[in-house]
Design a protein around this ligand. Structure first.
Ligand SMILES: *Cc1c(COP(=O)(O)O)cnc(C)c1O
Length: 367
């Protein structure tokens, strides 16, 4: 038995007809860039999140980059975020010329620790960018309270959290703006690169619409310098189909996650915890063990596609050496980076596959 970390093929097979029809429709209409499919998907995704606006862009990284630019954040500014995330979170902040200021994560949720944010605020701070890691919303009430007090913008990195809730509200409208990725393996993924910015802010919406499409004010007139960061019609059509299945897929992921946690309850590994006010969507199902390397080796030898999200926290990445943040700066993130393992999770994962994964973890830890 081989079990991939994610299985995009089995998902495609379950919706093949709908997807093939959508792709054919785009080809028939030759609406390859922007156009009707993009406009319709933007409306559907905004509605899904309970937001007024959604602006389709070329990737999750593009969404973060354009949102920061749209808020006028740049050289000399600071943005507070977590070091325990995918590299793009920090990269987007750096790409607009601002400085990422890292704040360690909470040892229970692995999300940015609100209790440590205030100490990181300086006169240069413009925004807080929490990441809803593995699909669990960060503690947004606490983060928003700090942001209000210090007049900061809150930008959700919701790239892993499509459909998750905090206090009954969807990720996407938990701050001033939210950035989603549609990278193929995300909970809502397209068949290439894609992303979207979600917001209730009309001004930001206009800024991102302009910046994603070369600062265009009409077909041949450009009011400003922008970027080529558009969402294409094919991806939008595919996403429109998949959005209708997202809640069911997320519910299945939650059931799979609960089953893993039950099966692992008698082992020494630490299973995921979440705040009671959150409904996570388990983009990743992540366990922790100091025996990480041994367990990983065994799982991989057994044909199980276990992953590590993420082995190097951002402040220790070679690209961030210039920040001069040494090992030991963010101890919780550093411990997690050494101990986490992502187990295979997707809506179609079977009981037998899960049992097989858990068996191999038990076998390694008993040895
Ligand atoms: C995937 C991801 C991104 C980047 O999205 P892309 O579409 O790959 O550019 C940003 N932040 C987080 C937390 C992600 O998981």
């Amino acid at each position: 038995m081989t079990i991939p970390l994610v299985d995009l093929k089995i998902q495609y097979q379950s919706i093949k007809e709908e997807i093939d029809d959508a792709i054919q429709r785009v080809i028939d209409n030759t609406a390859f860039i922007m156009g009707k499919e993009v406009v319709e998907f933007e409306a559907a995704f905004a509605d899904y999140c309970g937001a007024r606006y959604a602006i389709g862009v070329s990737s999750g990284t593009g969404a973060l980059f354009l949102t920061l630019l749209g808020y006028g954040i740049g050289l000399g500014d600071e943005v507070i975020t977590t070091p325990f995330t995918f590299f793009a979170t920090g990269e987007a902040i750096s790409q607009v010329g601002a400085r990422p200021v890292f704040v360690d994560v909470d040892p229970l949720t692995y999300n940015i620790d609100p209790a440590k944010i205030t100490a990181a605020i300086t006169p240069h701070t413009k925004a807080i960018m929490p990441v809803h890691l593995y699909g669990q919303p960060a503690d947004m009430d606490a983060i928003n309270a700090i942001a209000r007090e210090h007049n900061l913008v809150v930008i959700e990195d919701a790239a892993q959290a499509h459909g998750s809730f905090y206090n009954g509200t969807r990720a996407g409208v938990l701050g001033d703006a939210a950035c989603f990725s549609f990278y193929p393996s995300k909970n809502l993924g397209c068949y290439g690169d894609g992303g979207i910015v979600v917001t209730n802010d009309e001004h930001l919406t206009e800024r991102v619409r302009s910046l994603r499409d070369h600062g265009r004010s009409s077909k041949y007139e450009h009011a400003e310098l922008g970027y080529g960061h558009r969402l294409d019609g094919m991806q939008a059509a595919i996403l429109g189909v998949k959005l209708q299945h997202l809640d069911a897929w997320n519910e299945s992921r939650r059931q799979r996650a609960a089953r893993y946690s039950d099966l692992l309850a008698d082992t020494p590994v630490i299973t995921p915890q979440h705040l009671p006010q959150t409904t996570p969507v388990y983009h990743c199902y992540v366990i922790r063990t100091p025996e990480r390397e041994r367990v990983l080796e065994q799982l991989r030898a057994a044909g199980i596609g276990a992953g590590v999200h993420y082995p190097i926290p951002l402040h220790l990445q070679p690209a961030y050496q210039h920040l001069e943040l040494e090992a030991g700066s963010f101890p919780v993130s550093e411990t997690l980076a050494a101990e986490v393992i992502s187990l295979p999770i997707y809506a179609e994962l079977s009981d037998e596959q899960q049992d097989f994964v858990v068996e191999h973890i038990q076998k390694t830890l008993d040895a």
